[in-house]
Design a protein around this ligand. Structure first.
Ligand SMILES: *[C@@H]1O[C@H](CO)[C@@H](O)[C@H](O)[C@H]1NC(C)=O
Ligand SMILES: *[C@@H]1O[C@H](CO)[C@@H](O)[C@H](O)[C@H]1NC(C)=O
Ligand SMILES: *[C@@H]1O[C@H](CO)[C@@H](O)[C@H](O)[C@H]1NC(C)=O
Length: 333
């Protein structure tokens, strides 16, 4: 997971025009996870990501890429896509064979897991940064810097051995360099343009409130749910009037199944202090019209109270009618 953190930080922000549309870094990267279960069984997973969005899968059985979006090929021709996929297929095969062959030299013990991430990141001003890192069992292992293999301190002598082994294959370095510094930046610019409508789409959030018992007696945890928005950056805060409540706890922004996002923001308060609090939501899709939900003043609870009052009134009326009719019968008898 450590490996993925920098990539996950690469969120993108919407704005007006093409070139400046993605302020803040946006990256394209490929992730591989290989589980070496025993000397005959390896599970391989590959995927391609644009920021937080998966746009490629990998079918390990047939050794082919799966294009998850109509624009996943960017502006590459089918020939160039086939070349890259073929390169990847050969690489996966060679990687598994070499790892299996060097289990003893590297003193690895089954089962073990190898993770890799490689790609390029576009920063504001058009600066492009490429990266390639490998991990063993979730710990940094080796990385590729300035055309050479750099062992990570966590990797110990084993990582140094891998770098020594790899240094014999200068051809591989040449191919990797071309992929990282030439192919990836060209692809990233092309795919951002091809997928623009999808990537920059604005979807308004829905928001609602709920509560849980708080920490300690007489306390409430107020929960503000914000769901269904795109893109990911969002600002949500519990407020008293115009005053931001600094004890507001923000959860992680989680994915919904429909490629929109969900966020939960909570505030722990004494029950009697809940009145007068509100949840404020700012999002690029709202065009400056923040959503503001007031605690205890929501329409739904108003309707519930009204429904109870009306039911009570009707019941009392019926009872009164029945009572007076009974009285009048008794008068007659
Ligand atoms: C390797 O692991 C697989 C899956 O757990 C198992 O079916 C297979 O028998 C194992 N092979 C050996 C040689 O241990
Ligand atoms: C990159 O490597 C070259 C030679 O391999 C060296 O001359 C150069 O100083 C290195 N640059 C950095 C930033 O380490
Ligand atoms: C794709 O778009 C990029 C960036 O606009 C450009 O540099 C490249 O030449 C285009 N075509 C291909 C086949 O990469």
């Amino acid at each position: 997971m450590l490996l993925l953190a920098p990539a996950l930080l690469a969120v993108f922000f919407p704005a007006g025009d093409t070139q400046d549309a993605f302020q803040g870094p946006i990256s394209f990267y490929v992730i591989q996870i290989s589980s070496f279960v025993n000397n005959t069984w390896v599970k391989y997973q590959g995927s391609g990501w644009l920021g937080d969005l998966q746009i490629h899968g990998w079918d390990g059985d047939s050794g082919t890429a799966i294009f998850l979006k109509p624009w996943s090929k960017g502006n590459f021709s089918n020939e160039e896509v086939s070349e890259v996929v073929e390169l990847f297929r050969v690489y996966v095969f060679a990687f598994i064979r070499e790892m299996t062959a060097h289990v003893n030299t590297l003193q690895l013990e089954y089962p073990f897991e190898v993770q890799g991430i490689g790609g390029c990141e576009l920063h504001s001003g058009g600066v492009m940064v490429s990266f390639l890192r490998g991990a063993l069992g979730g710990l940094d292992f080796v990385s590729f810097k300035n055309s050479s293999c750099v062992p990570a301190p966590e990797g110990g002598s084993r990582a140094q051995k891998v770098c020594t082994l790899l240094s014999r294959y200068q051809d591989i370095f040449y191919i990797v360099e071309k992929l990282l510094y030439e192919t990836c930046p060209r692809y990233l610019l092309g795919v951002l343009e091809a997928g623009k409508a999808d990537l920059q789409r604005q979807v308004k959030p829905e928001a609602w409130l709920s509560s849980n018992p708080g920490h300690g007696s007489g306390r409430l945890q107020l929960v503000c749910h914000v769901s269904g928005f795109h893109p990911k950056p969002v600002w949500v805060m519990w407020m008293r009037g115009e005053q931001e409540q600094p004890e507001t706890q923000r959860g992680d922004v989680l994915p919904n199944a429909d490629e929109t996002w969900y966020l939960q923001v909570t505030l722990d308060v004494a029950a009697e202090e809940a009145a007068g609090l509100s949840c404020r939501v700012k999002h690029s899709s709202l065009g400056g019209q923040d959503i503001v939900l007031h605690w205890g003043r929501s329409i739904s609870s108003g309707w519930i109270i009204l429904a109870i009052i009306v039911s009570c009134l009707i019941f009392s009326l019926c009872f009164a009618l029945w009572f007076f009719r009974r009285l009048s019968y008794e008068d007659i008898l």
